[in-house]
Design a protein. Structure first.
Ligand code: NDP
Length: 460
């Protein structure tokens, strides 16, 4: 980096050296955090052209600053099960970046949760939240608690214990969580209730994803899944394709997957497969999304049960087999790194036309490289799944104004946000000489807004 100060004159080499040095240092300081390093690497690879055009960012240490969380909170969560036995889990909240607004990002309850996964999710959130154009910073939280098989009262006791500690660090202008894997309306309701009880009042804007009957926004539940499909439809138009008449596969059968399926079907697609962490369903007549809702949202059962209602459908053990199903469009909506190189190869061999990431970082780097090499249209998560947090920001606005928008009003705004994000990614990619590359476009557009805000706020 000294060569910048001394006026060394090859901007490309300076930018490359900078990115390389910062990544090496990040790796040295966070050696165990493979998901976080994977997410950082993906951003770094896109940002070289930015540092060539704007070398002043280098002197300002922007990459070093943007990759270090403002605050990391970890804490003990002790709770009692129905038999009176005490268990201990670990709670996390990563308050990564507040340059654009209060920290904003979901809470995940899953046994795999650790510092690396929390940091990768919070880091991705920086760029995603920036792309929405809304005044929100970035954070993420959760616990290694496994909600599967727990009774309703156990879930309540756990979430209350979790919130008793976390509440010290939240506030509607400070940090506003929402749901994520393992955290739906019920869990949000318990956490919101406990926060208010501890604070001795009612602070509507401290949580999003609340039940619309109790301060939530209509359309939030549907927003991430619908948003993925709205974004993908814009991308498909680029090549004269559409959801109409396309064969689609969607991994997962949770919040994002269910509403991605619902919207894809509404736009005329046939969704032939979906999954959970045990296996996948193939229904050549088209998945009936109301049955999926009944099994997963109402009964809290396994996707295997779909066969009980639709005898023509087939169930296969093991969730990774879903990628071998012939399709035009694949929407990975379950979890990180679910599409590896092998799965990508199967999709490409079946001549998939487009991938839109509903989950966060569902495709490994090798998988993405293979899609790009084979001209598969690719919508990266931080752009494609930004609809959820965009509607969360709308929920915050409604809470502040103490009014409720209709479902149609929220949905219309969501469609506009997704179109704007798409256009911003496309234009930015073009401007930086990567026409049509939405990965580069999303990374650079998301980065520039935050980086400029950080510089405007001085050195910190
Ligand atoms: P949910 O908990 O509602 O659903 C997750 C679904 O994925 C479940 O069906 C789960 O199955 C399944 N699943 C988990 N692991 C695997 C696996 N290895 N293979 C196949 N299926 C699997 O979570 P969400 O829908 O909220 O979140 C899904 C993804 O979307 C996450 O990456 C999340 O970070 C991201 N996201 C969510 C947003 C939101 O608004 N909810 C916003 C933006 C991103 P099982 O029931 O067996 O566990």
């Amino acid at each position: 980096m000294t060569n910048v100060v001394e006026g060394y004159s090859d901007p490309k080499k300076i930018a490359n050296d900078y990115v390389h040095e910062v990544y090496a240092s990040l790796k040295k300081r966070n050696p165990e955090e493979k998901e976080f390093l994977q997410a950082a690497r993906e951003i770094f690879d896109s940002l070289r052209p930015v540092f060539i055009k704007n070398p002043s960012f280098i002197k300002d240490g922007i990459l070093e600053r943007i990759t270090e969380p403002e605050r990391i909170i970890t804490f003990r969560v002790a709770w009692e099960d129905d038999q009176g036995k005490v268990h201990v889990n670990r709670g996390f909240r990563i308050q990564f970046n507040s340059a654009l607004g209060p920290y904003k990002g979901g809470i995940r309850f899953h046994p795999s949760v650790n510092t690396s996964i929390m940091k990768f999710l919070a880091f991705e959130q920086i760029f995603k939240n920036s792309l929405t154009g809304q005044p929100i910073g970035a954070g993420k939280g959760g616990s290694d608690f496994d909600p599967k098989g727990k009774s309703d009262r156990e879930i309540m006791r756990f979430t209350q214990s979790f919130m008793t500690e976390l509440s010290k660090y939240l506030g509607s202008d400070l940090d506003v969580p929402a749901g994520d894997i393992g955290v739906g309306r019920r869990e949000v309701g318990y956490m919101f209730g406990q926060y208010n009880r501890l604070k001795g009042g009612y602070e509507a804007g401290v949580f999003t994803g609340k039940d619309p009957n109790y301060g939530g926004s209509l359309g939030r539940k549907e927003a991430t899944g619908y948003g993925v499909v709205y974004f993908a439809e814009e991308m498909l138009k680029q090549k004269g394709f559409s959801f109409k008449g396309s064969k689609v596969i969607v991994s997962g059968s949770g919040n994002v997957s269910t509403y991605a399926m619902e919207k894809a079907i509404a736009l005329g697609a046939k969704v032939v497969a979906c999954s959970d962490s045990s296996g996948y369903i193939y229904d050549e007549n088209g998945i009936d999304v109301e049955t999926v809702k009944q099994i997963k949202e109402v009964q809290n059962k396994r996707i295997k049960d779909y066969k009980k209602y639709h005898s023509g459908a087939k169930y296969y053990e093991g969730c990774s087999g879903i990628w071998s199903v012939d399709c035009d469009i694949a929407l990975p909506c379950a979890t990180q790194n679910e599409i590896d190189e092998r799965a990508a190869f199967e999709l490409v061999s079946n001549q998939v036309k487009a991938i839109a990431e509903g989950a966060n970082m569902p495709c490994t780097k090798e998988a993405v490289d293979l899609f790009m090499k084979n001209d598969v249209l690719f919508a990266p998560a931080k752009a494609a799944n930004a609809g959820g947090v965009a509607v969360s920001a709308m929920e915050m606005s409604q809470n502040s104004m103490r009014l409720n928008w209709t479902f149609e009003e929220v949905d219309e705004r969501l469609q506009q946000v997704m179109k704007d994000i798409y256009r911003n990614c496309l234009d930015t990619a073009e401007k930086y000489d990567f026409p049509g590359n939405l990965i580069v476009g999303a990374n650079i557009a998301g980065f520039l807004k935050v980086a400029n805000a950080m510089l405007a706020h001085g050195i910190n």
